[in-house]
Write a protein that binds this ligand. Structure first.
Ligand SMILES: Nc1nc2c(ncn2[C@@H]2O[C@H](COP(=O)(O)OP(=O)(O)OP(=O)(O)O)[C@@H](O)[C@H]2O)c(=O)[nH]1
Ligand SMILES: [Mg+2]
Length: 443
């Protein structure tokens, strides 16, 4: 009888993403193959890289081993060859220079001075984890955790074993660093309490999905607050100024994403060009129902007659599907140029957000700090640069969380880096505002 994993489809996908798009095949399941070290070794030895997955009452966690499972009473001390992970908390952590030892009773990871980090005792169905490691993995509770099931998978498809462990743990570390950075962000000189970022672009380019992606990352699970979909005309028909909470009950973050109706090259369809100056200046109320045939007027009951600096847009992101840049009509390009004039007149920062980047794993350099030269020299990027005269450093790329939610640290890094870049651009434009303007508006 084929043995099936207890991981749900989504959990298995998350684990694969965490490990960098590998494939997993189940070697051992404690409830089926026996709860002793010998049973475990009989199935797991000499299988190459493996991941041991533990199911406790409220978490799924475990350890990755780059090398073969060691033999009984054998020590393995190899740099960068293992890491621990916690799936629920989407965390991985590496302890370099640990040694791995197997006895009749347990599989134990120890530090160089023989401090025990993690010890799995199959007969007792428990795992002992050092407090600092539990903290790193975002786990609460006691040192000894009893578990219901333990599974070991063979991990196949690791493209490059050199630096593999530091690459994987580095991605999660970098993602968490970006999250912390954004949580601690404050707009330039406290001129406003929230930065407003306007998402503007053709129908179906991924504006609403970008908002959903950002919100999902901060919430830690999928959210589809903004309706997304595909149609010839815009799915979004209402102006929305979305604030984002840090966690479910957390405080609101110091930025808002303003989602607009898609632009269409046909007159009388899509976002009305005449609405854009009002949006930029902060006159457009939240939940305004767009009318493609005519722009909002000051006679609208909710029109914001005297907007202050906080109501204005501080950064515009032109959202474009990277796969259809070359198909943009000359009318659409002319529309963008017209918008750009308004944006520049108002002293607002501007960036381009390219979505639907299929090979997003290749976008960033190994240290995640910069985009790879090969990506910035792509024809789509140079075309956008020429078309809109926006510096390459402000042409950003993401792959949104579009269909299913499979947490992916690399996807998160792109989305969060893009957000950080937008905030930096907004800060620069706030800094550039004439003193009288900030003083006058704030006063
Ligand atoms: N693969 C992939 N699909 C995406 C991405 N972003 C959006 N989509 C899909 O593209 C379609 C349009 O996405 P939306 O977020 O609704 O686009 P929009 O710009 O808000 O569209 P309108 O409101 O109609 O103007 C949906 O089916 C999304 O699931 C992405 O980065 N990658
Ligand atoms: Mg939309």
């Amino acid at each position: 009888m084929a043995v099936t994993t207890r991981l749900t489809w989504n959990e298995e996908k998350s684990l694969q993403k965490l490990l960098g798009n590998v494939s997993l095949s189940l070697l051992y399941q404690s409830s089926v193959h026996g709860r002793s070290m010998t049973d475990m070794l009989a199935r797991c030895s000499c299988q190459g890289s493996t991941i041991t997955v533990i199911y406790s009452r409220d978490n799924i966690f475990g350890a990755f081993l780059l090398e073969h499972y060691p033999k009984i009473d054998q020590d393995i001390r190899k740099k960068n060859s293992s890491f621990f992970f916690s799936l629920q908390n989407n965390k991985t952590t590496a302890f370099l220079n640990t040694s791995l030892k197997i006895t009749d009773e347990e599989l134990a990871f120890q530090s160089s001075n023989c401090e025990e980090w993690f010890a799995l005792a199959p007969k007792k169905c428990d795992v002992r984890i050092l407090g600092s490691l539990r903290t790193e993995l975002g786990m609460t509770g006691y040192r000894a955790i009893s578990y219901r099931e333990c599974e070991v998978f063979r991990v196949e498809g690791i493209a490059n074993k050199a630096n593999y462990v530091s690459r994987i743990t580095g991605a999660t570390e970098y993602r968490n660093m970006l999250l912390a950075d954004l949580r601690a962000y404050k707009p330039y000189a406290d001129l406003v309490s929230e930065i407003r970022i306007l998402l503007l672009g053709p129908v179906g380019s991924g504006k609403s999905s970008f908002f959903n992606s950002v919100k999902s990352i901060f919430q830690g699970h999928v959210t589809r607050q903004a309706t997304v979909g595909s149609d010839v005309t815009s799915i979004t028909e209402m102006y929305r100024i979305y604030s984002i909470k840090d966690g479910k009950e957390g405080k609101s973050l110091p930025f808002m994403l303003c989602d607009s109706m898609g632009l269409d090259e046909k007159d009388g369809v899509g976002l009305c060009m005449g609405d854009i100056p009002h949006i930029l200046k902060g006159c457009m109320p939240d939940r305004y129902q767009f009318n493609p045939k005519q722009p909002i007027t000051p006679r609208h009951p909710n029109f914001i007659i005297s907007p202050s600096l906080k109501d204005r847009i501080h950064c515009v992101a032109y959202v474009l599907d990277i796969n259809s840049i070359n198909d943009l009509s000359s009318k659409m390009v002319a529309n963008f140029k017209q918008v750009q004039k308004e944006v520049l007149n108002c002293g607002i920062a501007q960036v381009v957000l390219l979505t639907k980047v299929k090979n997003y794993h290749d976008v960033l350099q190994d240290n995640f700090l910069n985009m790879k030269k090969s990506m910035t020299s792509q024809s789509q990027v140079t075309n956008v640069h020429k078309m809109l005269n926006i510096p390459i450093s402000n042409i950003l790329m993401v792959e949104n969380y579009a269909s299913v939610w499979e947490p992916d640290p690399v996807k998160d890094i792109l989305i969060l880096s893009v957000l950080r870049q937008m905030l930096r651009a907004a800060d620069n434009s706030l800094e550039d505002l004439p003193l009288e303007e900030t003083g006058e508006i704030l006063g």
